[in-house]
Every structure is written in structure tokens, then in C-alpha cells.
Design a protein around this ligand. Structure first.
Ligand SMILES: O=C(O)CCC(=O)C(=O)O
Ligand SMILES: [Fe+2]
Length: 357
């Protein structure tokens, strides 16, 4: 099984036939393997090159400097090497990740710089300080004295916002649902942005030690850029791990890899896959990647019925109870970052949205 390549060119002529063509390829990719390369994405290569250059600069800083912006309670800042361990129990059709609990023996062998969306959500009569106290709402942290870093990160981030919105339209086209009905939920999306550095893992690599342990993403659509080191692997529906290296398209530009998170899979009643993936850096060299998590607003209701009957016939009960995206995300994040969140939220981490049969 291979990861399909989706050419986005037909999208750019703004015709409905172009959207349908891409949506067809998207449906195939996400019903089958749950990952795809996208080419002709219109993100300038110069912006991609510059953000990777700044990414390397940031991670080359002394630890003491990076620790000045250590990850805060709003999930923004620097997350040091091997500081958290994945306990995700996410599941997508036919591919269980539960077994990862048994085999993950060490924290992730990576360090990250993380920012999230910079706007504040909630009732407009709340003061900004009050909004800061709400779940994952708060200011980003930036390294001191590195304006070029901030500029490069934000240029790339804004390009990916535009691309993600186009991919969202494709997602709704796969459901034969009109995007305009949902557009307001993506006016202030929840965005997670993570620049990961994976130092070489010392050989021999013990079983159960990962750069990134097997997991499914939590949210809606993920757009990944990576250097040419390799190490990302994707679990196919028959249980095989296949590698998903960087791909340079025929026009000389880097392709992006896209995948869906659990909330998109739940939304489509498990018809489109959120596929487990992992990173093991066997290369002997440093690996750098940039992950852009594009998710709806926190108060967005994830309800299969809203997508019509494409994924769940009217007479069938959907697999999940409706839930807001915030409820879904909070449970998954607090499970994997419990030390960080236990002070913020005393509620249960159990995912209780699955309909009991
Ligand atoms: O670094 C990568 O290639 C993948 C990272 C990843 O899967 C994640 O952060 O969710
Ligand atoms: Fe991931």
C-alpha cells in the first residue's frame, strides 16, 4: 500500500468540477490509508525554506535560552526533549492504537516550539484576562531577540491557514455538504503549530522508544512539512508500518503530507480515517519537521448528522454523541499532558462520546 498523491491544481480555477475532482481523490485517500501527499499547494518554496532555516536556529539555542519560554498552561512555548509520554487511546476504523499503551516505554525523543491561534474565543463581554483563563486561550511566547524567527514562522503559518481553509472546503465536498453552512466555524479556528526537532536516537534503538510514539492526531486536518531525513511511519489498515518520507514534486517544490485527526473521523462516523503514525529517527542525524493542526472553533459541535447522510444513513444511529470540539480536545490533551493540565481541570479524561451499544 502506498500513500496517494493529490494534485491540488484543479482547485485553483475555482470551478465546482475542480473541487469535485480533488474531493474524489481525497475521499479515496482517506477511506483507504488516511494519509496523502499534496502537490501544487501554492505555498511558496522560499517561505518553506526560510521557516526550516529559522527552526534549526531556534533549536540550536542553549537550553537555558529555550527554557525561558517553557510551555505554559495555554500550551504555548518550548517543550523540552523527552518531557511527555503519549497515552492516547484514539481509534479509527480497523486500526487500533490501544496497543500503543503497552509498547511505549519512554517519553517522546523530541523537543518542540509550539504556538497556537492568537485570537480569543468566548462570549464577547469577557475581558481578555478572563479569556486567558479559559482552556488553551492565551498569548503565544516567542524567543527573545529573534524577530526573523517570528516573521518566518508567521509567514509560513498564514500561508498554511489559507491552504487549510481550501482543504476544509474539499473535506465538505467529500461529504456532499455545502461548506458555506459551516464557514463560520472556521472563521476563528483552533490552530496548533509545532516545530519538532528529533535528535538522532542512539543505536541500537530499544523497543518502545520513539521520536514520536504511535498516535492519531486529535483534531481535524494536519499539514506536515519535513526535511529529507525520514523517520515518519504510517500504519496501514492491515497493520503494516510504512515510511512516509519527504517528497519533492516534479516542479521542484516540497509536497506536504496531510492526515485527518480523530474529530474529523468521528464526524464522518469513522468513514474517513484518522490513521496512527509514529516517528523513529534511525538516521544518525537531526530531523526537523513542522506540524500544522487545523481545527474548528472550540465551541463547534461535531455532529455526524450535520454532514447529511453520506456517512451515516438516516435509519442508522451515529457512532458518537454530538460533542463540541473543545470537549473532545480537552480530554485528549489532558490525557497526554496530564501533569500540565491537572491543575487546570479536575474533570474526567475519559472519552465518553462513543455511543454505548
Ligand atoms: O514529526 C513528524 O513527522 C510527525 C509529528 C506528529 O505526528 C505530531 O506532532 O502529531
Ligand atoms: Fe501526529
Amino acid at each position: 500500500m502506498t500513500i496517494p498523491i493529490i494534485d491540488l491544481s484543479p482547485l485553483w480555477d475555482s470551478s465546482s468540477s475542480g473541487l469535485s475532482k480533488v474531493a474524489q481523490e481525497f475521499t479515496y485517500a482517506f477511506q483507504e490509508i488516511g494519509f496523502a501527499y499534496i502537490v501544487n499547494h501554492r505555498v511558496p518554496q522560499s517561505i518553506i525554506n526560510e521557516v526550516f532555516c529559522q527552526h534549526r536556529r531556534f533549536h540550536a539555542l542553549p537550553l537555558e535560552e529555550k527554557n525561558k519560554i517553557r510551555l505554559n498552561q495555554w500550551h504555548r512555548g518550548y517543550l523540552p526533549l523527552a518531557s511527555y509520554q503519549i497515552k492516547s487511546e484514539s481509534k479509527s476504523k480497523g486500526i487500533l492504537v490501544e496497543d500503543t499503551k503497552v509498547i511505549v516505554k519512554a517519553p517522546n525523543q523530541s523537543e518542540s516550539f509550539i504556538i497556537n491561534h492568537e485570537h480569543f474565543e468566548g462570549p464577547s463581554d469577557l475581558k481578555e484576562e478572563e479569556l486567558y483563563n479559559r482552556f488553551i486561550q492565551g498569548p503565544n511566547q516567542w524567543p527573545h531577540g529573534m524577530p526573523d524567527f517570528r516573521e518566518a514562522v508567521l509567514s509560513y503559518y498564514h500561508e498554511l491557514e489559507k491552504l487549510a481553509l481550501e482543504l476544509t472546503k474539499v473535506f465538505f465536498a467529500t461529504s456532499q455538504t455545502d461548506f458555506s453552512r459551516f464557514a463560520k466555524h472556521f472563521e476563528r479556528p483552533s490552530i496548533g503549530f509545532r516545530m519538532l526537532h528529533y535528535p538522532p536516537q542512539p543505536s541500537p534503538i530499544p523497543e518502545g522508544v520513539f521520536g514520536s510514539a504511535p498516535h492519531c492526531d486529535y483534531g481535524f486536518i494536519t499539514i506536515l512539512a519535513q526535511d529529507d531525513i525520514g523517520g515518519l511511519e504510517v500504519k496501514t489498515p492491515n497493520g503494516e508500518w510504512i515510511s512516509a518520507p519527504n517528497m519533492i514534486s516534479s516542479n521542484g517544490e516540497s509536497a506536504f503530507l496531510i492526515n485527518l485527526g480523530d474529530s474529523a473521523s468521528k464526524w464522518t462516523n469513522d468513514c474517513l480515517r484518522a490513521t496512527p503514525h509514529r516517528v523513529i529517527n534511525r538516521s544518525g542525524r537531526d530531523r526537523y519537521s513542522i506540524v500544522f493542526f487545523w481545527d474548528p472553533q472550540l465551541d463547534f459541535p461535531i455532529d455526524t448528522r450535520d454532514l447529511g447522510t453520506r456517512w451515516c444513513p438516516a435509519e442508522q444511529k451515529p457512532n458518537y454523541e454530538p460533542q463540541t470540539y473543545g470537549q473532545h480536545l480537552k480530554k485528549l490533551l489532558s490525557r497526554n499532558y496530564d501533569e500540565l493540565y491537572k491543575t487546570i481541570d479536575g474533570t474526567s479524561n475519559k472519552d465518553d462520546s462513543k455511543v454505548k451499544s
